[in-house]
Design a protein around this ligand. Structure first.
Ligand code: NAD
Length: 256
């Protein structure tokens, strides 16, 4: 396994970098991950029902609870952290091809990563979708309805069930969005996975796609992942300090 200096050199030398981010890049912003030591599932495994499509559709109590959880989501007050800004710095070098993110929190865009570089494979917390007619609404408008006492708001067009525009368990990804992510994984010479346990498919499989196309694969994650042996390098330090150091170090490496 390589050390941070080698990885900074690879970042400096790469021509097309694709990043894949997960909940671990936002923990320093105060948004808990799912499977880390303080993760939502780790602390309360039963909470998964709230994010399972079948349960959401069949049980109004689950929907009511899910809307209250949306209202209280840490993302509404969270600010990007140094790791998000490091990717903005990387974009400024003109070599960042895409930021595929499993996060729904919008913090990459808030940090300043260009909208057209961000591929939100698990959707966005800022949108709401009707499960019947597909109409989309702003989350802020829907949460106002919830706050005003409409605890399980129905679609304003067809009366169908509304759900946050995020991918739940048992819900397929949006094919065009995943196709874009796949293309970005296939068309890079460095694939940088940061803050993801790589335990959710098909997104984790993008590592194989990048590797098969000859890209170097770097994983930055505190805990082991199923892809550590496939990666060319795995670094386990906290991302908030590691990623800015690697990107900054890559500038020094490209100058030297
Ligand atoms: P995950 O919880 O499965 O894994 C996160 C990983 O990040 C863990 O292995 C953890 O050890 C690591 N980690 C946490 N903080 C870190 C830090 N500061 N430095 C280094 N490593 C750190 O998350 P995932 O892989 O993204 O997959 C879970 C799903 O959860 C995704 O589908 C995503 O949609 C959803 N999710 C999103 C958010 C968000 O938008 N911020 C938050 C929680 C969950």
């Amino acid at each position: 396994m390589r050390d941070g200096q080698a990885v900074a050199r690879w970042i400096a030398d790469a021509k097309r970098i694709t990043a894949l981010t997960g909940a671990g890049i936002s923990t320093d912003s105060g948004i808990p991950d799912f499977r880390g030591p303080n993760g939502v599932w780790t602390r309360n495994p039963g909470a998964q029902r709230l994010f399972t499509l079948r349960d959401y559709v069949s049980d109004p109590d689950i929907r009511r609870e899910a809307w209250q959880i949306r209202r209280a989501h840490a993302a509404w007050t969270a600010r990007p952290n140094a790791a998000h800004y490091a990717l903005v710095d990387l974009e400024a070098t003109g070599r960042l091809r895409a930021v595929i993110t499993q996060n729904i929190d919008g913090l990459h865009q808030l940090a300043g990563t260009s909208e057209d570089l961000v591929i939100e494979v698990h959707g966005s917390l800022y949108e709401v979708e009707c499960l019947s007619c597909g109409s989309r609404f702003a989350m802020s408008d829907t949460l106002e309805r919830v706050a005003a006492g409409d605890e399980d708001p129905a679609c304003l067009r067809c009366g169908g069930i509304l759900k946050a525009g995020t991918i739940s368990f048992g819900q397929p990804l949006v094919p065009e969005v995943f196709a874009k992510a796949r293309a970005a994984a296939a068309d890079c010479d460095l694939f940088l996975a940061a803050g993801t346990s790589l335990s959710v498919q098909p997104v984790a499989g993008l590592i194989d796609v990048a590797k098969q196309q000859g890209a170097k694969v770097v994983i930055l994650n505190a805990e082991p992942t199923p892809y550590d042996q496939v990666a060319d390098a795995k670094l386990s330090e906290p991302i908030g300090s590691l990623l800015p150091r690697l990107v900054g170090g890559s500038r020094a490496a490209s100058a030297g």
